[in-house]
Ligand binder design. Structure first.
Ligand code: UD1
Length: 306
């Protein structure tokens, strides 16, 4: 095992969050990790006690100071809710645009060997064709989609103009047992599982024929680890999905089956702004990074039951 002194130093912003905390789990024995987190959605206990955690915001001076002390930046901190961004676009942009730019500016001044940015499939808006490749038109439907696209564009521009070794992923629908089911902005999987645990009916918005590409957080950690290793990734944006999709009705039935709950599904009107079909094309990540998603949806859902 490498000693503390020759370990790579990695700053993970949002390291107490859903993606960040799993990344810390995967990397903290191989690298010297510093977490920067504003504690907006979780607590210190999300990561092991020996990990260095700094309470602070990506928009603040502290973020730039921490970039200076590290070799690599993995920027997962963000305002993550589409609905919240519709209510307060300024707050969304302050975090996702200004916060990202604050880190990039620091990364440009100090010699950073890799800057990884977590964007979103929300940049595509309502797809005109599926599966969605990275070159699909980017036409976001929410301030969140715009702010994520803006962060991405800054990363790519810093690569082109300043030679910053930056790269981005566009995750599709990420799930994990660490997503808070009590949060109204949590994803459909957390919501369905919370209902199933209580022996209640899952609520489907619309007719249930809408599709999504659900990717386990473990596969997201895998693709980020590949980005860390591959220099070829610099200057590129990659879809992070499984390349498979499932309807929301099929998902509801799978959850009820795994939790062995026999209740009817409940239907509510379609959510405004929802996209109908979503499925990633991950050929680019397969070819450039050797990425292969490993967790099937059923296996990923079983992890909630354990
Ligand atoms: C998700 C992400 C969003 C990302 C986008 C990228 C989450 C929480 N949101 O949005 O950050 O930008 O993908 O494309 O992961 N549904 C139900 N019942 C429920 C909850 C949801 O039927 O109780 C339906 C929704 O109407 C929707 C589908 O399930 O059709 C997925 O919803 P959700 O998990 O909220 O994610 P997205 O809207 O796809």
């Amino acid at each position: 095992m490498p000693t503390q002194n020759d370990m790579q130093k990695i700053l993970i912003t949002g390291g107490l969050g859903q993606v960040g905390s799993y990344l810390v789990d995967a990397l903290h024995e191989k690298a010297k990790i510093t977490v920067l987190d504003n504690y907006s959605s979780t607590t210190r206990e999300a990561v092991p006690p020996e990990v260095n955690v700094i309470k602070g915001d990506v928009k603040d001076r502290i973020a730039a100071d921490l970039v200076n002390q590290n070799d690599v930046v993995i920027h997962t901190a963000a305002q993550i809710s589409v609905t919240a961004s519709m209510k307060d676009p300024l707050f969304d942009a302050q975090n996702n645009v200004f916060g990202t730019l604050n880190l990039l500016e620091a990364a440009r001044r100090f010699s950073i060997s890799k800057f990884i940015y977590i964007s979103s499939a929300a940049v595509y808006g309502d797809p005109i064709e599926v599966p969605i490749t990275e070159s699909h038109p980017q036409d976001p439907l929410s301030p969140y989609g715009v702010s994520k696209l803006s962060g991405e564009k800054y990363c790519m521009m810093y690569h082109k103009a300043f030679g910053l070794p930056s790269c981005c992923i566009r995750p599709f629908n990420i799930y994990s047992p660490r997503q808070d089911p009590g949060n109204p902005y949590s994803g459909v999987i957390s919501r369905f599982i919370e209902k199933a645990r209580a022996g209640q009916s899952p609520v489907i918005f619309g007719d249930g024929t809408q599709t999504r590409d659900f990717i386990s957080v473990h596969d997201i950690v895998d693709i980020i680890t590949l980005l860390l290793e591959k220099e070829d990734a610099n200057g590129h944006v990659f879809n992070a999905g499984t390349g498979n999709s499932i309807t929301v009705s099929e998902l509801a039935n799978m959850v009820l089956d795994i939790f062995d709950v026999d209740v009817p599904v409940q239907y509510m009107p379609e959510r405004p702004g929802d996209i109908k079909y979503s499925c990633s094309d991950i050929s680019k990540a397969r070819k450039t990074l050797g990425f292969e998603p490993k967790v099937s949806l059923r296996e990923g859902l079983m992890e909630f039951a354990e």
